[in-house]
Ligand binder design. Structure first.
Ligand code: ZN
Length: 171
């Protein structure tokens, strides 16, 4: 992952206000460790809880930094993610980075290998997809997020934090 243009990201609990955190990206993480969203820090008011921000509605592919890029790009979850998506790279339990926008787009288009070598994110195999629920009610989209390790074969319930009508997660 070293050759990828990773951008600085800071993990933040939903109730925390970003204040003057020095990060390009904010990763909103629930108390249980679930990733709620990855947000462009400049889009957020500094003085409101990060969890109150409008959801990005972008799919988030979660990778360990030691995961090989080629394997990631060829994986079912990467292909299941809706473009444009965001890649969240876990360095360890407390450190993350974001891979997104033009550099990610280039690598997707260039066909997986940069500089003739399979750039490795390493050898662990954390790979998950955070997706925002597509349920709609009266023109409002649920947008709540949930982490998947594969596309669910049976319906799963949505946490529905906006309190819309109870529903299953809409993939
Ligand atoms: Zn929902």
């Amino acid at each position: 992952m070293g050759e990828m243009e990773l951008e600085a990201a800071v993990m933040i609990p939903p109730e925390q206000r970003p204040g003057d955190l020095d990060a390009v990206w904010l990763v909103v993480v629930e108390p249980d460790g679930a990733i709620r969203d990855v947000l462009w820090a400049a889009d957020l008011p500094a003085d409101a809880p990060a969890g109150d921000a409008l959801p990005s509605l972008r799919d988030i592919v979660v990778l360990d930094e030691h995961y090989p890029v080629v394997a990631a790009l060829a994986s079912g979850l990467f292909r299941a993610a809706r473009w444009p998506f965001t890649v969240l790279v876990r360095r360890d339990d407390s450190s993350v980075a974001v891979w997104a926008e033009d550099d990610l787009a280039d690598v997707r288009e260039d066909g997986l290998v940069r500089g003739g070598v399979d750039v490795r994110l390493g050898n662990s195999h954390i790979l998950a997809l955070v997706r925002h629920c597509g349920f709609q009610q009266d023109g409002a989209r649920c947008g709540d997020s949930q982490t998947f390790v594969e596309r669910p074969l049976i319906p799963v319930s949505c946490a529905n934090r906006q309190g819309l009508a109870p529903h299953d997660f809409v993939w």
